[in-house]
Design a protein around this ligand. Sequence first.
Ligand code: NAD
Length: 289
Amino acid sequence: MRIAFIGLGNMGGGMAVNLVKAGHSVAAFDVVEAALERARENGCTPFTSVREAVQGADAVVSMLPNGAIVQSVYFADVLGHAPTAALLLDCSTIDVAAAKDVASAALAQGYAMVDAPVSGGIAAANAGTLTFMVGGSEAGFAAAQPVLAAMGKTVIHAGDSGAGQAAKICNNMLLGASMVATAEAFKLAERLGLDLQTFYDISSKASGQCWSMTAYCPVPGVGPVSPADNGYQGGFATALMLKDLKLAMAAAQDVGAPVPMGHRAEELYRAFAEAGNGGLDFSSIIATL
Ligand code: NAD
């Protein structure tokens, strides 16, 4: 297939390369010249505008920072410029309302479009092991599945347009709150005189067990290797966790859902990011407790 790929940053750069490896011809665009050059070195064909990149495309994949940018790129340069037979896949994490807005405009113009945000960080994007949560019609999902499978190990249909984004922010709200809870349990255990490895050995086999503990422990030297063992470098940045928590809070407000734990996690991550820690892995929130 000829696939236009827009947004070749930390995530998109690796995802585009995996499409090349799967045998697709990738027409790449990013506003940053260095990102475009890296894509060229990795087998993509660079273009100097979105409009040029999407010409003749069988599919358009975007991996952009936020909903406003996704809306401006699609409304200005994709819709009406890509062939109407092209399948549109937005893999960015954006608000549910923006995802629905772009998808409904695309559908009205005869395109098939899915929102397909990802779980898994930069390493998974590079390795092609992302999890995709897909919002769109059955037919849109069926068409998107093989494209997404070239970039991930799991592709799940979440429901209609916007459902992929809804699943993503609910998951990450749970992750943010569970990381804070895991971190405070370890800190309390420490104050109570427990050996932290012993607490891990017990709790990881008991009812407090969760992913934030057993796969991503915020305590250095405890559990499998995680960003905590690397000075909280790499991993999933606090700034990105805060972004997802803000999206979750906005969505909860829209539908009147009470989310007290998510709300508290958002407050804690906001204060932590504002104190200059946005670049550290999100498990470093333990330092505040
Ligand atoms: P990034 O900032 O590294 O990449 C975004 C890219 O989009 C940049 O290269 C930027 O130059 C480009 N861009 C911005 N405006 C553009 C425009 N108008 N046209 C073309 N390109 C444009 O961000 P990232 O870490 O790759 O994240 C991308 C998306 O994936 C975000 O929505 C993020 O929330 C989501 N996400 C990130 C991670 C992660 O661990 N980094 C994990 C899951 C989901």
